[in-house]
Design a protein around this ligand. Structure first.
Ligand code: ATP
Ligand code: MG
Length: 424
């Protein structure tokens, strides 16, 4: 038995073969966020625990059960971030960013939650998130949704459905919560333990219980939409009008909620049927109460976070994955050819900053080097022996296509490569 250590349960390596798909996702996300003038922000992975307990709320699964909390050597309570919004709000306040509001920010990075690992649910996972501070209306909510739609389209993800709902304002939600608790309490004895617990601690969360009995019980329960006043209704109608005008399809899901008090008005999720039980690839909404809760002025705010692992899995399922091989593999055998090959590779990179060149390392016979060239996936082998160097030439072999090899003078190689790239 090997004693080599293994990664922590629920925390996975992303091996090189999977990285290209990740990079494609990240590249497209970056491009789409840029197209809407969002600016990137990076915050630490570790924050004081209070940043999260305040923002996420004590009575939530994330804070109660899932957070990686520890004392550092000074005895301060710190936590690995379970999500990005709390840290972004902290950073926006600390850096005075909100004085320029409305501002649009985005982030990308690893998050940590100690949950039961399963398909689509890991203990370290990655999110790309966007937040807008200082804009209260449904116009930016619609913009967030347009941005999501655009990203799915660019990634070729067609099996995603948008669900939206309105949570109204605090008073409306309090009134609704009372009605919901009253209704559900009348049936409390038939509810599973977990649902009763939710009812006591964070009643709205009962609405997104995955238990079929609870869902059946909810069929006749009061609906949040019936508790909205004129202003909240206008906010929601405004969002729907904009989505209709933009041609963005959606379904109103009256059970879609967030369990936290600072969420209000718009909530949304993009869901796919293709990933099994963990089908939510992006979730978001408006959280006008959060910045004040974190010690700032009551700035309106809205945003979303998407789960990168789930999106990458969906891309792979739909054949939208990607592999990136070098363009050229430099094969060199000989005392002169070896060092010359390295110089040549540098020359090629100087001439074209996007060219991917893999130099053979570690010597070996022509046969051994061609084997490596083949394994690299490169379509071209550039072959140098001492004879070629003496003649000022390189032999170009096509490794993926049945084409005759060519002899190209070293002086013309940059041009040859450019022409080959242009025709590829
Ligand atoms: P769920 O109901 O699936 O637990 P959540 O409400 O905890 O989701 P959010 O906090 O809204 O999730 O996170 C936004 C997105 O991040 C999710 O929709 C999902 O795509 C992704 N995500 C959340 N937790 C995990 C995890 N443990 N592993 C992988 N992705 C995750
Ligand atoms: Mg969760």
């Amino acid at each position: 038995m090997s004693s080599a250590p293994r990664s922590v349960r629920g925390m996975h390596d992303i091996p090189p073969a999977e990285m290209s798909t990740w990079q494609r996702f990240e590249r497209e996300a970056r491009a789409v966020l840029g197209a809407y003038a969002f600016e990137e922000i990076r915050t630490p992975i570790v924050e004081k625990t209070a940043v999260f307990t305040r923002a996420i709320g004590e009575a939530t699964d994330v804070v109660e059960k899932e957070m990686y909390t520890f004392e550092d050597r000074n005895g301060d309570s710190l936590s690995l971030r379970p999500e990005g919004t709390a840290g972004v709000v902290r950073a926006a306040l600390q850096n005075g960013l909100l004085y320029a509001a409305p501002i649009r920010l985005w982030y990308m990075g690893p998050m940590f939650r100690h949950e039961r690992p399963q398909k689509g649910r890991t203990r370290q996972f990655h999110q790309v998130g966007a937040e807008v501070f200082g804009a209260p209306g449904p116009d930016v909510d619609a913009e967030l949704l347009a941005m999501g739609e655009r990203l799915w389209a660019r990634l070729g993800l067609d099996d995603v459905q948008l669900e939206i709902n309105s949570l109204g304002n605090t008073d409306e939600r309090v009134a609704y919560r009372e009605a919901l608790v009253e209704y559900m309490s009348a049936h409390a004895e038939s509810l599973p333990e977990d649902a009763r617990e939710r009812l006591a601690r964070n009643p709205l969360r009962i609405l997104d219980s995955k238990d079929p009995d609870v869902q059946a019980r909810l069929a006749d329960a009061p609906v949040l939409g019936d508790f909205l006043g004129d202003e909240s209704r206008a906010h929601f109608d405004g969002l729907r009008e904009r989505l209709d005008r933009l041609g963005i399809g959606y379904r109103v899901n009256p059970r879609l909620v967030r369990g936290l008090d600072y969420y209000c008005h718009t909530v949304f999720e993009w869901v796919t049927q293709s990933l099994g039980a963990q089908g939510t690839i992006c979730a978001g909404g408006r959280y006008d109460g959060l910045v004040e809760l974190q010690g700032g002025k009551p700035w309106p705010a809205t945003g979303f976070a998407m789960g990168a692992e789930r999106i990458v899995a969906l891309m792979n399922d739909l054949g939208a994955g990607e592999t990136v091989a070098p363009h050229a593999y430099v094969v060199a055998v000989g005392d002169v050819a070896g060092p010359e090959a390295q110089r040549l590779a540098e020359q090629l990179r100087d001439a074209n900053g996007d060219l991917r060149v893999q130099m053979n390392a570690g010597g070996g016979s022509f046969k051994a080097q061609f084997k490596r060239a083949d394994r690299s996936g490169a379509p071209l082998a550039l072959v140098l022996g001492d004879d070629e160097v003496a003649a000022g030439q390189v032999t170009v072999k096509h490794l993926r296509e049945d084409l005759p090899q060519e002899t190209v003078s070293l002086a013309d190689l940059n041009q040859w490569i450019d022409a080959w790239l242009a025709s590829a």
